[in-house]
Design a protein around this ligand. Sequence first.
Ligand code: PEP
Ligand code: MG
Length: 550
Amino acid sequence: MSEIIRGIGAAPGIGYGPAYLLFPPSGPDLAEPAGTPADLERVQIAFREISADFQQRAADTTGTRAEILHMTAGLARDKGLINNVLQKIQSGVGATTAVGQATAEYMQMLSSLGGYMAERITDLKSVRDCVIAKLRGLPLPGLPEITTPGILVAVDLAPTQVAELDTEKVLGIVLEKSGATSHTAILAESMGIPTVVAVAERAKIKAGDNLLVRGREGKIYINPQPVAVQKTLAAATAQEKILTSLRGPGHTKDGCPVHLQLNIASAADAQRFAAADTEGIGLLRTEFMFLSRPQAPSYREQVEQFQEIFHAFSARPVTVRTLDVGADKPLPFLERPAEDNPALGQRGIRLSQAEPELFMQQLQAIGAAANEFTQVMAPLVSTVAEVEWFIEQAHAAGLHRVGIMVETPAAALNSRALLENLDFVSIGTNDLTQYVMAADRLNPQVNELNNPWQPPVLELVERTCQAGEITQTEIGVCGEAAGDPLLALVLVGMGVRVLSMAAAKIPAVRLALAQHTLAECQEIAQAVRQGISPEQARAAAAQAAKEIIS
Ligand code: PEP
Ligand code: MG
């Protein structure tokens, strides 16, 4: 029987295929009894079965992935590790706790060896989580092996897990948690995977159910009728044809240029989108080059990655955002004091100031690889002093087109002063909305507040645009708001001239712009000012605009 469940549309597109369920790791059983002789046997069997499982998965795939799985299978047979677990059980430690403790000791040893050995830590964590799940009789955690392309269903995913997905095999993502502007959703979107988040009824989906995911509308059809699937896919293809009929640089109907650029996160993305119909990179989220690694990439490695990216986009601007780590993007290799409110703590430029070596090495690598189209910008700036510091460091690294992200209320309110010596700014509406509305962008419970159509958010965008006009500074938007065609018209009406977004969103924004003159965009922006709620603001814009495809 077909059923529809709903969430928040986080990445557009239609995905259809069988459901693959991902289970989170459970951790040791905190209430388990002391180890018994029977546990010695159980643990050995669990390690053996997990090793065989990884070996089988290695046999089912090829290349690097097969090599990694093969090595992971080897880790699950490691005599030293297993003996250590057995000794702990013999001394009375419970079985799953013993596995946790012994793997932690092994990880510490790998970490101290550094380099290649340290990179095995992630694989060892997979072994630990699988063995513990097996001992507790729970489903095995970790990304399932996807045979037939299908839909990945999970409670939540870390951004680094999304980065590892094979886009040929994962045709859609359904998450119970997360928000539309979480980095998990943003990454899925940039990889072109239709995604629905905050799906409260996720548990209704069973492994192997056929799912039709409508990423824009935030709907999931469980076991839909084949005719309905055909119809939806045909309509999506027809719409795609209309959207992609218009190509080239963005502009309004009367020819005002609005640069349409891409948000990307890696050299691999740069290769994938090098031939895309876009005017450059408006946001390179460099932190993703660091996040899934046990150690920082070397200076040389960073230079090579930046060279690859700049080369792929040669003769088009590439906006490199310096490290934006902290909060939901902690660096695995960086030991920092724990914070009670990490989103309000040392993230973005604050962490760069606290860890100058890491930051300077990155900036120098950007400088070494840069060409005349390279520009750098700093994340999470809130004071003039931070701007001055960043400009000074960038200039010292040989980088001369310098900007910041406006994503704190302080930066927007004080934009007149902040913009004085900058070449450009890009408004990060994801964080700006989170901080203006005091609503965590990762928390589906406060999703209604977390909406860039909220009047105070729009007011701060407008204020930044006014500062841009006075100081003659280019204003862009690289938050998710830029990819909403109706909101894009409002932004352009306010003075934004660069819109940066995921590749899949550019065609609809290009078409919407081409249907409206600049004066019409200004009228739409004017109409929005009367809205006292996000719904009213959006309705006012929709009424003032022509019919657009979104
Ligand atoms: C933003 O905050 O809008 C932004 C573009 O940065 P990020 O989403 O990476 O925090
Ligand atoms: Mg941000």
